[in-house]
Design a protein around this ligand. Sequence first.
Ligand code: FAD
Length: 471
Amino acid sequence: MDGVQYDLAVVGAGPGGYVAAIRGAQLGLRVALVEAEHPGGVCLNWGCIPTKALLTGAELVDSLRSNGPAFGIHSDVVTLDYGRAVDHSRRVAGRLSKGVESLLRKNRIDWVAGFAKLTSGTSLDVSGAGSIGARSILLATGSREWVPPGVEVDGQRVLTSKEALASRTIPARLLVIGAGAVGVEFAYVYAMYGAQVTILEMADQMLPGADPDVALALESEFARKGIKVLTGARFENIDASGSEVRVEYQCEGRGSEEEARGASIAVDQVLVAIGRRPNSADLGLDPLGIETDARGFVVTDAWHTTQLQTVLAIGDVAGGPLLAHKASEQGIAAVEHLAGIERPPLDLSRVPACIYAQPQVASVGLTEAAARAEWGDRVRVGKFPFAASGKAVAAGHAAGFAKLIVDGEMGEILGAHVIGAGATELIAEVSLAMQLEATTRELIHTIHAHPTLSEAIWESALAAEGRSLNS
Ligand code: FAD
């Protein structure tokens, strides 16, 4: 690669980097994509995709158990082989990673294998591949699991999501530390495949930051499925030296009195899912004066430019929300801006967030509390329970609701929070409505097919206007 001059060098082939590289090539830029591991990054190899493959299996088991009898299907003879589900998830990840490889070839993007470090604002040193020069460099190096000091991940009894995704066995007792998206999804998978699962969450609700109604509904659905959730529970120490793993914690939440005092639990495996840290430390940022915040996320402006005009940063390494679609959209926006295309910057307040356990959870925009803080009494809420949806009840998925937050004066949609079957697909309608600055009236005038789960969005718009029909 020595001597080749590119228009754009992208570092990291996750959903941020590879999408940015393709968009750059589409716009006529000569692009190099540098990656230390595999095409697709965390999302495709160790995140979004393999977890969704495992969640599909868990959902099948759940459906058979909870809904089978009502449909005359008895699951007593079903045997569970989690190892095969993991094999399937690895095959899916491998296949999609190869798919990214061929997309890169199709778009004539130069693939450079190795670990990259900035040597100036327009050059990189890549381990094993020499130096690369480019007019612009886009950092899309993502993030990795955060493990608190004193916790040793051994991959056997103390795991992060990465080790868990490679592990073919289900422990008898699992403790998940952290009730964010990753913790919730793994708790559900392991519980459905037979583990006795407890979740410890330091905040006073599951899914910290989510709409509290949704978080409470998820907690009670998880309780029905036998997953125990301790909120307000701060983990203190993991001792894996004995025959079982003992986890000490301080619990000020809604657990029993004994739990509040007890502050210790014995399990066979612990999954640490309490957050992620950016891959920024080894990029050579400091000598070039590229600023990072206290946790190491690269600081950028609205067009994803760092202090150094020729260096941009997008995706997880540039801060939250740590989501694949946000990384991709930032990559597209950064490259289009670079190529001189007129477009608006990305509006982070409209990034949807989804969780794929059952019930599913999806949200976009403001929570009710945030909307009230900003808009006061103008805020109206329209809520529709899935128990009143013909499609949901017929399918045996009556749990959950759709909640729409609107500006009562203009009818503009400020946010939506959905928990229940199909939530992760339903949220796209609200995202589009918000992008088009549509009002509740326009949602109401949109004809929704019957019976569909999408009627829940239509009904919640009706409810916000005080015109509920089916609830
Ligand atoms: P990454 O995907 O992290 O990719 C960065 C790439 O850069 C990596 O391949 C890495 O090897 C490479 N790299 C790093 N440093 C260098 C260097 N110096 N030189 C060369 N290469 C380098 N998000 C969702 O939206 N939906 C989900 O359902 C979802 N599920 C998830 C489940 C799990 C278990 C996890 C852990 C995450 C999940 N996420 C999900 C988050 C999602 O994976 C990330 O937000 C997304 O991958 C970020 O994309 P990125 O392009 O910024 O970086």
